[in-house]
Design a protein around this ligand. Structure first.
Ligand code: UT7
Length: 329
């Protein structure tokens, strides 16, 4: 049976920094090649935030576009959630920085940390906050400046990541459009496979942590790859089941954009043809929590998400965390 949506996306926006770093640029920095990066990941370029700007600046650009798209003012917002693993600082939260910068004086603001699943975690939680009647106007943003946490001497990771932000204003459903299902899961036992070991309470910043490059992202690529495929398939199946839809009903699959080979493997296993799969990892690399909203916004602007379309959103990230959502546009 089809679910009745409680909340819906009222507006979307995204932002990427102007500066572009191509695979050829990376060839001059580490022992890699454009051919290797394209063949193994599908990535051609990524955007890098300029010095002097920070995560909340990017988040604000995306947020203002989403507010404009929704026809809403910042003062009308009741809650702001930023999903990020590259915050301006440990605290105050990046969401509070965004609140101050856009003048959302009536909102509560907080960050959530679920790595690349962060935006879907935020959207799923907000669906419940709106469904319960707590809030009507909520802004969620996935925003990352992973370039600041990337080891530019480590070819195994530095070719993968990029900076960007995507935002959505969520409000009560009109009864037809909206979020039809939500699904979230984690497995903390596997956190060590994708993590940033230094700078926290376990391993506070010291000369040693800096010398050992512990303040940068570490990843066991092959292991992460396998789990990414397995868990995103799990999330897709559960999300669809909860929404009351079949895979044949899906108009567009948007997965977390980490690697085109992962996206292809997920699509194949859930039996969705290439033309129903959105890919922009070639242009932006892996932007973690920003990847799903960046892709959604682009898909909508390119006419690949039209009124009435059913969109299956699926994410996987460090933690490990994974999530899905089925949205009727
Ligand atoms: O956002 C969270 C989710 N993140 C992901 O989903 C990422 C998941 N992992 C991946 O996408 C892939 O595992 C990678 C793209 C990271 C790596 O691709 P792979 O096909 O798993 O390569 P690999 O790690 O098995 O490495 C193959 C070879 C190795 O050389 P040898 O040992 O075969 O001689 C690496 O040293 O490729 C080498 N290599 C590189 N060569 C050129 C690793 N990085 C590079 C590089 N350029 N940048």
């Amino acid at each position: 049976m089809k679910n009745n949506p409680k909340s819906m996306i009222m507006g979307m926006g995204s932002a990427v920094p102007e500066k572009v770093l191509t695979n050829h640029d990376l060839e001059k920095m580490v022992d890699t090649s454009d051919k290797w990066i394209r063949e193994r990941t599908g990535i051609e370029k990524r955007h890098i935030l300029e010095e002097g700007k920070t995560n909340s600046d990017l988040a604000v650009d995306a947020a203002q576009r989403a507010l404009e798209d929704a026809g809403m003012s910042a003062e009308e917002l009741e809650c702001i959630i930023v999903a990020t693993i590259s915050p301006d600082s440990f605290f105050p939260s990046t969401a509070c920085q965004v609140q101050a910068k856009i003048g959302a004086v009536n909102a509560a603001a907080m960050d959530i940390s679920a790595a690349c699943s962060g935006f879907l975690y935020a959207m799923n939680l907000v669906d419940k906050l709106i469904g319960s009647g707590q809030y009507q106007n909520v802004l969620i943003i996935g925003s990352e400046v992973l370039s600041r946490f990337t080891d530019w001497e480590d070819r195994a990771t530095c070719v993968l990541f990029g900076d960007g932000a995507g935002a959505a204003v969520i409000g009560p459903s009109d009864g037809e459009k909206g979020i039809l299902s939500t699904y979230m899961k984690s497995d903390g036992r596997l956190g060590y496979l994708l993590h940033l070991p230094g700078g926290g309470a376990t391993c506070p910043t010291s000369h040693q942590t800096v010398d050992q490059h512990l303040h940068y992202i570490k990843m066991a690529g092959q292991e992460v790859f396998k789990h990414a495929v397995r868990t995103m398939v799990d999330a897709a199946i559960h999300g669809l089941k909860r929404s009351g839809h079949q895979v044949e009903d899906v108009d567009l699959l948007i997965t977390h954009q980490a690697n085109v080979r992962i996206i292809d493997a997920v699509a194949k296993r859930v039996k969705l043809p290439k033309e129903k799969v959105f890919i922009n990892v070639n242009q932006y690399g892996n932007t973690s929590a920003a990847s799903i909203p960046l892709a959604m916004d682009q898909a909508k602007k390119e006419g690949r998400l039209k009124k009435g379309d059913l969109c299956l959103l699926v994410a996987f990230g460090g933690g490990f965390t994974w999530a899905s959502s089925v949205v009727q546009f």
